[in-house]
Design a protein. Sequence first.
Lengths: 268, 225
Amino acid sequence: MRYAAAAIALVIGAGLAPNALAQTTTTTSADTTATEPGDRPAAGTAHGHAPGDPWESLNRGIFSFNEAIDKALVEPTAKGYRAVTPKFFRSGVTNFLHNLKSPVIFANDVLQASPKRAGTTVGRFAVNSTVGLLGLFDPASHMGLPSHDEDFGQTLGKWGAGPGPYIMLPLLGPSNLRDVAGKIVDIGLDPINYADFKNDDTWRAVRFGADELSARTDAIEAIDSMRATAIDPYATTRSLYDQSRDSAIANGQTHAEDSPESDDTLSQ
Amino acid sequence: MHSTSFRRASLAAAAFVSLAVLAGAPARADQAAESYVATNASQAINALGAVGSPAERSAKFGALMEQFSDMGALSDFVLGVYARPLRADPALKAEWTTTFRDYAMATYEAQLDRYRGSALRVTGSRDYQRNADACSRVGTEMTQKGASPLQIYWYLCKRPGADWKVADVGLVLGDSELKLAITQRDQFVAFLGSNGGDVHKLIARVKQQTASMRAQIGAKKTKNG
């Protein structure tokens, strides 16, 4: 509970009640119709940073640091992991780790008033923990119980909290104020963090490391592609993070209208 | 190839039957949009694996994607607030449109090349309206042996009397959909914001990136044949 209290204090103490958070929402992904220079200040000229990224200069520095570490250590480790392990092993690890997240996912399904998704999470946990051999396999997905992810950052977003300032975390990558607060709450919601057993701290560290390695391995091609095509990898990473969170909060429902219009409509 | 032809024929037949049953009323936008995507997206992806030199395949793929996409609207959209001032300089606007087209084609090819030879299946669609344009969000799934299927959403719009054009492409990664045009706009606007809105600098930077992508694509194609 102390984690939840800390998260709430962080949000309120920063003067970012939900309405205020919404006003500092990153608009780079959502604002699609502003083609008039007078509609809003051009990004980067009025305040020296993009909307929703007041700490851009610091964030860019941390991004450069993270990229250097990733290219030197993390990416080679992920590629090595993929090279020396068979696919079924890596799938088993991913499934096992995702199954462990079920209590947090369930709690956030409930907090988001999504009884159907909460039921799916319970069903998945029950099936995969038993038939799926402690989560190594995912038979639930083949039984009409699809996988989904939820976290407290999404819960805050579901109930109207805007993302707040964009934050690039050292080693951990992109986030925002809402999601950092959410992560703290999720740590408090995870029953494994309260379990007391021999070498429990080591186990938690291994779990964290395995989670990060698994995610990085799955993202090898996507990140390679981004680095090859982006003219501004920092801005691209920010955009992808914003879009992925907006999409996750909406459970994959996207605003189809946020797309380019034909030339004729633009000129009207 | 056989499955693509069969799917195309089935969709065309379904559209025709729909027209007959509705006694001359136009087919719903999503049915025609699905057919358009099934035909054109498959052709473009098949072009990546066609017989011929890497340059020929790239040229064929680029021609199909340009026909399939609304490059004029896209090149405007990705500049965000910087698009309108550019209209006062037609020569610069034309240069930007050409530069962006080359960049977009290279990006599409780089992203989709590993799916050449894949089967593309339409999974459904949803209509929506954008001012006077009828639009549709068409879902597809690309499957390739040994790899997880890739879900792609195609956003198409159709002006009255004109053909469908792709306005954006969304790739589904995990629980999230990431839109290509939105991502491109966010990075171009960030670049322009840091460079006093100078489109000349953006053009130079984008040309540099396109050349780098083309070199990587060429090296990969030479290696893979």
